[in-house]
Ligand binder design. Structure first.
Ligand SMILES: C=CC(=O)SCCNC(=O)CCNC(=O)[C@H](O)C(C)(C)COP(=O)(O)OP(=O)(O)OC[C@H]1O[C@@H](n2cnc3c(N)ncnc32)[C@H](O)[C@@H]1OP(=O)(O)O
Length: 288
């Protein structure tokens, strides 16, 4: 067992203990494949930790069902303003579960819309930060890219190695990756299966910040807490507007943004934010 793995297990067992404690306070359900907690000031951050360490958090169907259920619960929770998804220190997630899909046929995939339920992560209205330590490969890299912000630990590695398994990415790897890191690097990653490290991911634009491995999750929670202090209503509109930039032409995107900007003037939070500035006090947003 490597020193790194020992550290990862220690991290997990600490997280598991604190999860058990906070679950009893928060009323969040327990899951087989993930640990869910509320963290940060006023429990305003929902933390989802992928928890299949023996399989390097391979994304089996049941794990994704757990993630989707937790996202639903946290999205309904008015006290939670931002979410963080993480793994452990060895792996964020090593991809879709190869053992689970090894014997699937085309008919199984097409008729069951295999991986279709993964897309719900990117449709969530609340912002999601991926805190990536260790391997983020295949579906693991795609899961990180479905989130709104990616922070990486110094030991993070990103890759789309599906080509080595005789297949291609199936949850956005050939679509999101070129938009984030450019065509040349994305093409090289997808066609060779080679991984990039955290530093390359930072300079190419896949991640916005790198932190020491042990500090990563706390830093992601800090940012999530900052986001949670803003109006949830306006945060959701801002997220929608930034995402529009990836779905439309520049002119259409600018038009959309202007309309949403005008729409914020119909909210009490916009009035409160500007009044608080003029009165030199902190805004007290009510999410309306
Ligand atoms: C959308 C499509 C996809 O995502 S396809 C999957 C893409 N991902 C991959 O191809 C990565 C596969 N994993 C690896 O290449 C390696 O595990 C590694 C480089 C991530 C780590 O290597 P290491 O030597 O450190 O660990 P092991 O290979 O011994 O793995 C430990 C344990 O985890 C199981 N495992 C790892 N990845 C997966 C996976 N994607 N699906 C299912 N299981 C996985 C691996 O089999 C080992 O378990 P064991 O019981 O010992 O067989």
């Amino acid at each position: 067992m490597s020193a790194l793995f020992t550290t990862g297990r220690a991290f997990l067992s600490r997280a598991a203990k604190s999860a058990a404690f906070s679950r009893s306070l928060s009323g969040l359900p327990t899951y087989e494949n993930i640990i869910v907690e509320k963290r940060g000031k006023n429990d305003s951050v929902g933390l989802i930790q992928l928890n299949r360490p023996k399989a390097l958090n391979a994304l089996c169907d049941a794990l994704f069902d757990d993630v989707n259920d937790a996202l639903d619960k946290l999205s309904e929770d008015k006290g939670v303003g931002c979410l963080v998804i993480t793994g452990n220190e060895k792996a964020f997630a090593a991809g879709a579960d190869i053992k689970e899909m090894q014997n699937k046929t085309f008919v199984d995939c097409a008729s069951g819309n295999f991986l279709g339920h993964w897309g719900r992560v990117s449709k969530n209205r609340k912002p999601i930060i991926a805190a990536v330590n260790g391997f983020a490969l295949g579906g693991g890299c795609e899961l990180a890219m479905m989130c709104d912000i990616i922070y990486a630990g110094e030991n993070a590695h990103f890759g789309q190695p599906e080509i080595l398994l005789g297949t291609i990415p199936g949850a956005g790897g050939t679509q999101r990756l070129p938009r984030y890191v450019g065509k040349s690097l994305a093409m090289e990653m997808v066609l060779t299966g080679n991984r990039i490290n955290a530093q390359t991911a930072l300079s190419a634009g896949l991640v916005s910040k790198i932190f020491p491995t042990g500090r990563l999750v706390d830093e992601a929670i800090k940012t999530a807490e900052t986001i949670s202090q803003n109006s949830q209503l306006i945060v959701a509109l801002a997220k929608e507007s930034v995402n529009k930039a990836y779905e439309t032409t520049l002119a259409e995107g600018n038009e959309f943004e202007k309309k949403i900007f005008h729409a914020t003037f119909a909210t009490a939070d916009r009035k409160e934010g500007m009044t608080a500035f003029v009165e030199k006090r902190k805004a007290d947003f009510k999410n309306n």
